[in-house]
Design a protein around this ligand. Structure first.
Ligand code: NAD
Ligand code: WQD
Length: 345
């Protein structure tokens, strides 16, 4: 009998692919999502890929009663908590909404878990908690000084969860600091489907390639980096999903609070990512150089060795895999999950 994992935000970009990888590893995901940034049909795509219609609870993580019901109706072994708001610019305009969903949501979830005696949790954190890097590559013990409200909510959650573990030795919590997740499921059936104009580089380029955006703006070409453009640690979402499987599996033998960077350990510039994506889609993307984007750091990349040593996890997929899989998804579903199914015509 496989064990159940509650996946909050399980209909989202990372959550949906994490469900597929959890199923492949023999876990039974239960999705908890309010569809504020996703759609129910995502679960049909998961079913088409895996043959499993994952159980769904449509509810809000701030809803204590809904959480209590889930834990009473399902024998949940562990929780992967991905539900949250994630747009940096929006968080500057709506700090209270970010505090409410991200921090209060995490607090309510932890309360419901404690009441149900389920004390194993994997939490979606972000490399954005570091802010301006103290050094490169980034190591988990380095200073955290997030530079925007979104990053501060993730940092507050990490500290709250560390305090929960310090107060009760029965808890095992792992915070995963993702660097820059990109890519899609290699089938092309699941991928990132941002609402409105994409904030992030890879989905923006993908939308330029299908004609949904007119051109790419490269934010800054005068950074102190090899080609002057920003450098990041792009990570395939399949590797990230595998990292969640490794982290959930490790909770059984874990006591207390852990934090791991999930990245490749390699920095890639905007122009390098663009060149790989152009290779994938067979087009040259119309591009202009624009001013730096406020709040951006010049470069960051992870030291992922702690996750390798403790979880046995490391990123395996290449930059070209990230671009090829993004393009397979975007070209198959140019309007994301609103696209009519390619095999239905
Ligand atoms: P996403 O928006 O695709 O997925 C989040 C899911 O949570 C969505 O399905 C949304 O409907 C759901 N959700 C939002 N608020 C909710 C609420 N109050 N109650 C229930 N469900 C709610 O985002 P993603 O890229 O898959 O990110 C997942 C997590 O990873 C987030 O916590 C995000 O902050 C974190 N993260 C993402 C990135 C990234 O670049 N994508 C990087 C670092 C960390
Ligand atoms: C990458 C590079 C841009 C768009 C963000 C969040 C972070 C995390 C991951 C959630 C930078 C440049 C971008 C464009 C560009 N999310 N760029 N033109 O900013 O590293 O991280 O997503 O936790 O918190 O801040 O990712 O993809 O937005 O930018 O030139 O149209 O691409 O300046 O150098 P970022 P990104």
């Amino acid at each position: 009998m496989s064990r159940k994992v509650l996946v909050t935000g399980g209909a989202g970009y990372i959550g949906s692919i994490t469900c597929v990888q959890l199923l492949a590893a023999g876990w039974q995901p239960v999705v908890f999502d309010n569809f504020s940034n996703s759609q129910p049909r995502v679960l049909d795509h998961i079913a088409a890929l895996t043959g499993v219609q994952v159980p769904l609870v449509q509810a809000d993580v701030r809803d204590a009663a809904a959480l209590a019901t889930v834990f009473s109706q399902h024998d949940i072994h562990a929780v992967v908590h991905l539900a949250g708001l994630k747009a940096v610019g929006e968080s500057v305009r709506q700090p209270l909404a970010y505090q409410d969903t991200n921090v209060t949501g995490t607090q309510r979830l932890a309360q419901a878990m404690a009441a149900a005696g389920v004390k194993r949790l994997v939490f979606s954190s972000s490399a954005t908690v570091y802010g301006e890097p103290e050094g490169l590559p980034l190591v988990e013990g380095m200073r955290c000084a997030p530079q925007n409200p979104y990053g501060r909510t993730k940092w507050h959650c990490e500290q709250l969860l560390a305090d929960v573990c310090a107060a009760d030795a029965d808890w095992a919590v792992t915070c995963l600091r993702y660097f820059n997740p990109v890519g899609a499921h290699p089938s092309g059936e699941l991928g990132e489907d941002p609402r409105g104009v994409p904030n992030n580089l890879m989905p923006f380029m993908a939308q330029v390639a299908v004609g949904r955006q007119p051109l790419l703006r490269v934010f800054g070409n005068d950074y102190l980096t090899p080609d002057g453009t920003g450098v990041r640690d792009y990570l395939h979402v399949m590797d990230l999903a595998d990292g969640h499987v490794a982290a959930v599996t490790a909770l059984d033998a874990q006591k207390g609070f852990e934090v791991f960077n999930l990245g490749t350990g390699t920095g890639v510039s905007v122009l390098q990512l663009k060149a790989s994506f152009e290779q994938a889609c067979g087009q040259t993307l119309p591009t202009v150089f624009a001013d730096r984007r406020p709040g951006d750091v010049a470069a960051n990349w992870a030291d992922p060795s702690r996750a390798r040593n403790a979880l046995g996890w490391q990123a395996r997929r290449s930059l070209q895999d990230m671009c090829d899989d993004t393009w397979r998804w975007q070209s198959r579903y140019p309007q994301g999950f609103d696209t009519a199914h390619p095999d239905s015509s």
